[in-house]
Ligand binder design. Structure first.
Ligand code: NA7
Length: 536
């Protein structure tokens, strides 16, 4: 309709998760008028949607939290080493209230299109309900794992029982007592949910396509004492996280896994086993680049699996053989492997007997039909690009982002796309985010964006655009560093290979969050080479 009011703002942020809320806070700090549009009915992003049983962060609570406010980090008390989804959601809500962010968020508002206007260097953003925003800055804080996927087989909608996806779990807890349940998918979500579903279900069948490496979380309550100790040295610890490879401070490896004798290596692996997500991968310098070095860690995990799982055949099926350790994000679990010792839990190897269809009664593989009451999809996401490309984003000259990225994403720093001025993608493809403690990456990205916008405004410019050269240079660098590692050998969501037809490109930057930050800081210090500033 012609009378649709156009809402004019300085900055529009898409997504009210941990990234979007902090971006709003930073924009407001610059004196800009900013609005966050959020598709869901409440804030929290990932931690709003993923409510499945056992949903928990695999980075420690005291590290997976904002560091921008020393007061906030001192005030907030975490209850467990690894925070549950409800606790993180409480934290997000606390932050929103504490910094007065709630009134800047429009809930239930999905962005459908964003078109750049060459004439005046601003964006027209349209929502699904037809509202129109006119903004100078456009920040996609839409997350890396926010567009879920189902198994690509026929009949999904024909199933007569209850169906769930881990990423769209109902608000109220689901009771599986006395039910026959199927879980499809053994990524992090499946591995967290399966032990808890197994405790309730009369019978649980787990459909595994790729066996995953998982390590014990050893979760425990956080004592007041441990928490107070960390808080005393919080600043120091945060600094170490920022300079680290994965955003979690670990001791730097100094030698090759192949340079030490097997007994010493074994002792080293034992010492980091169950301590955190990154210790096993960070034990030696070559674990993620040399297949033989990697195999020593992989075999260590398989040995653990054989030690836990009673039935040798089941243990073997659960043992990953088709991707190097760490090239799919490893999981942290609580009793995952031991769950397969229950009489009521069955494992189906989809590599041997692939899925064929979902029927009204259950799941059919090439071997047989499995009748169930409930069907749980833990089948993951169209990661990193799925949510961005679901929006009709058009840059200079009407170029579509979907066309530009037809062969895989190209970005400068994972944050900008040449030809799409003032568009920023927080934790975008080509950034180190998905290979890191997400909070460390989110804060770095948001700070970089805010500082860049402030820099432009201070020089009287309103448009910031990465150059084609800078974009090509960064994209080549991301690929070269990736190819130096074992990551491209896995069919992972980092590679886009969990989604049929998606270009097979390693979409993450494995240079480390510390190096990445240093590079961004250097660009800023040098006056932003690779960025063009203008005022149309
Ligand atoms: P993931 O890690 O992508 O796991 C999805 C699982 O679903 C994985 O085991 C997939 O097997 C399986 N899957 C996906 N599609 C199919 C089909 N068509 N048939 C059979 N099995 C399928 O998602 P999560 O939600 O568990 O975790 C995402 C991230 O959240 C995780 O990495 C952490 O960072 C936190 P595949 O491995 O593709 O063979």
């Amino acid at each position: 309709a012609t009378d649709t009011p156009v809402r004019r703002v300085d900055a529009l942020v898409v997504g009210a998760g941990l990234a979007g809320l902090y971006m709003l806070h930073r924009f407001r700090g610059l004196g800009l008028s900013a609005v966050v549009l959020e598709a869901a009915d409440d804030i929290g992003g990932t931690w709003y949607h993923n409510r499945y049983p056992g949903a928990r962060c695999d980075v420690e609570s005291m590290e997976y939290s904002y560091s921008f406010s020393p007061e906030l980090e001192q005030e907030w008390d975490w209850t467990e080493k690894y925070p549950t989804q409800p606790e993180i959601l409480r934290y997000v809500n606390h932050v929103a209230d504490r910094f007065g962010l709630r009134d800047g968020v429009r809930l239930g508002t999905r962005v459908a299109a964003a078109h750049y206007r060459d004439a005046d260097g601003r964006w027209t953003v349209t929502t699904g309900a037809g509202e129109v925003y006119d903004t100078e800055q456009l920040v996609m804080a839409t997350g890396c794992l926010s567009t879920s996927k189902l198994p690509e087989i026929p009949g999904v909608e024909t199933f007569a029982g209850r169906t769930f996806h881990t990423a769209h779990w109902p608000q109220d807890p689901v009771d599986f007592t006395g039910r026959r349940v199927a879980v499809i998918g053994t990524g992090s979500s499946g591995i967290q949910a399966i032990p808890l579903i197994a405790e309730q279900a009369a019978d649980l069948t787990v459909f595994q396509r790729t066996a995953n490496f998982s390590m014990p979380a050893n979760n425990a309550p956080l004592s007041d004492e441990a928490q107070a100790q960390r808080k005393q040295r919080y600043r120091e610890h945060r600094e170490a996280a920022r300079r680290s490879g994965f955003g979690v401070p670990v001791e730097e490896a100094t030698q090759s896994a192949l340079a030490v004798d097997p007994a010493e290596r074994h002792a080293k692996y034992e010492s980091v086993w169950g301590v955190n997500l990154v210790g096993l991968l960070a034990s030696y310098t070559d674990s993620i680049v040399d297949p033989d070095a990697n195999e020593t860690a992989a075999e260590f995990v398989r040995e653990k699996i054989r030690g836990i799982v009673d039935d040798p055949e089941t243990a073997e099926t659960l043992s990953p053989r088709d991707h190097p350790f760490g090239t799919k994000r490893p999981c942290l679990d609580t009793g995952y492997y031991a769950t397969f010792n229950r009489d009521t839990v069955h494992l189906v190897d989809l590599k041997r007997t692939p899925l064929q269809e979902i029927t009204p009664r259950g799941v059919r593989t090439t071997e047989q039909e499995y009748e169930v009451d409930d069907l749980v999809f833990a089948t993951g996401f169209d990661a990193m690009t799925g949510t961005l490309l679901a929006v009709d984003i058009r840059g200079r000259g009407g170029q579509r982002l979907a066309d530009k990225w037809a062969d895989g994403p190209v970005t400068h720093l994972g944050l900008q796309v040449a030809g799409f001025p003032n568009l920023y993608t927080i934790t975008g493809p080509g950034s180190p985010s998905v290979l890191s403690n997400m909070m460390v990456s989110i804060e770095q990205h948001v700070d970089f964006v805010a500082d860049t916008v402030a820099y432009a405004h201070a020089r009287g410019d309103t448009v910031v655009e990465s150059t084609e050269d800078a974009e090509r240079g960064w994209t080549d660098h991301v690929r070269e560093v990736g190819e130096y590692t074992l990551y491209p050998r896995a069919n992972s969501w980092y590679m886009g290979s969990n989604v049929p037809g998606k270009p097979r490109v390693f979409m993450a930057y494995i240079g480390g969050v510390g190096n990445y930050r240093a590079h961004c800081d250097q660009l800023a210090a040098d006056g932003y080479p690779g960025f063009a500033f203008s005022a149309p």
